[in-house]
Design a protein around this ligand. Structure first.
Ligand code: B12
Length: 210
């Protein structure tokens, strides 16, 4: 791995917040692939999550890490989106009702739009009605739901049911992802796919729109 990429990852994982956006810029200046830079940011954030679970980082650190990730993504996004943006299909993406985690969702959104999809990002804590409205308004072919909180998993079946009632379920494929999701949950909730990271997310949506 190049020094610049390692610096991107460690600036995130070591919570060196002022260094995240500059390290992304340095990696770009050094000619590193934007997608590889993004993957290193995601690796850094995954390390942050692990250190939080071990008790070495605290909630306040996580909020700050999220802000640092956003600043880094702002630097990176124009470079990722230089390709044929939006032409491959439309995806409605959000974090489900009751859940405000957005770092993983934002990474998935960035990867999807840089891969050529139009992403309608509804943000966090989004109701099934908003999702149905966005699918209809944008004629979307797929929905991506980010779910990190176990108490909120029923929000997934609420979305599935609302799409069924609106007569849209056979027009959209649904993928889920996030810390608390499993294949067993995906099967139980009646969704079409489970993605464990942003790279797998791309593979899934490629399949949906193939
Ligand atoms: C950062 C974080 C926070 C931050 C969120 C900041 C933000 N802007 O998002 C803050 C501090 C605000 C927070 C708050 C809370 N959190 Co929190 N948080 C985390 C933490 C440490 C990391 C999440 C993260 O960003 N990971 C890094 C990203 C890159 O990974 P990711 O989210 O998994 O996303 C990747 C994949 O999952 C996938 N993916 C994600 N979404 C999608 C969608 C699709 C369609 C696809 C295909 C793929 C995909 O691709 C992504 C990129 O590779 C997790 C621990 C963990 N292991 O996840 C806990 C965790 C999710 N939080 C937890 C909890 C309990 C909370 C709180 C209730 C408070 C608390 N007591 O800790 C509140 C919830 C408030 C609410 N209503 O939502 C628990 C949930 C437990 C559970 N199973 O229910 C966890 C698991 C920690 C724990 N072990 O206790 N949290």
């Amino acid at each position: 791995m190049g020094d610049q990429l390692a610096k991107v990852k460690t600036s995130v994982s070591e919570l060196d917040l002022d260094a995240i956006a500059p390290s992304v810029q340095e990696a770009l200046d050094a000619g590193e692939e934007p997608a590889l830079i993004l993957a290193n940011m995601a690796d850094g954030m995954a390390a942050v999550g692990e250190l939080f679970e071990k008790g070495e980082y605290f909630l306040a650190d996580l909020v700050l890490a999220g802000e640092g990730m956003k600043e880094g993504l702002e630097v990176l996004e124009p470079h990722l989106e230089a390709g044929d943006r939006g032409g491959k299909g439309t995806v409605v993406l959000c974090t489900v009702k009751g859940d405000i985690h957005d770092i993983g969702k934002n990474l998935v959104a960035t990867m999807l739009s840089s891969a050529g999809y139009t992403v309608i990002d509804l943000g966090t804590d989004v109701s099934e009605d908003e999702i149905v409205g966005a699918v209809r308004a944008n004629n979307a072919g797929a929905v991506g739901l980010s779910v990190l909180l176990t108490p909120m998993v029923d929000s997934i079946s609420d979305v599935v049911r609302a799409l069924e009632s609106a007569g849209l379920r056979d027009k959209v494929k649904i993928a889920i992802g996030g810390a608390c999701t499993t294949q067993e949950l995906a099967d139980r909730m009646g969704v079409d796919a489970l993605g464990r990271d942003a790279v797998e997310a791309i593979r899934i949506f490629e399949g949906f729109f193939a």
